[in-house]
Design a protein around this ligand. Sequence first.
Ligand code: PNS
Length: 167
Amino acid sequence: MKKRIAVCPGSFDPVTLGHRDIIQRASKLFDKVIVLVSVNAMKNPSFTAVERVKLIEKVTADLDNVVIDINDGLLADYVKKVGACAIIKGLRAVSDFEYEFQMALANKILYDGAETVFLTTSAENMYLSSSVVKQIASFGGDITHFVPECILEDIKERLWKEPEEIK
Ligand code: PNS
């Protein structure tokens, strides 16, 4: 039988507990999940694509049917190329909806062979985003409740600023 492949795209700059939750839940719904580190033209990432892949590899090491890839082109082209039937996105709040809806429609026009599937974020991750993590870490704050424990030190190492460095 044909494997049901889902692509879970995002900036993952860096991956958070919210991302991990969505990836893990998607891995139960599909035969294979490709976590795709992608380019968001509106964002200026803090971590390189390779660094982001390494962090995602650590936090998904226990998920057998999850692989990670990088794409610097259109998501729709990638989805078509790998024969995926779904694009997985996490929805946190109504504020996410308009943007995500627009992307889902655009992707459907670009490639009709896959559906965007929205998974609602778990209640405890409603407030969580990579930007929140980066901001707290750069002010020397505690990010233990926001990112998986196995990458805590990697993120601190990259983003932590000593109090005297904070203007
Ligand atoms: O985590 P993000 O930043 O919200 O993810 C957005 C992302 C990277 C999935 C989106 O910007 C994207 O798909 N980029 C790839 C280029 C593309 O296909 N853009 C058109 C989408 S309508």
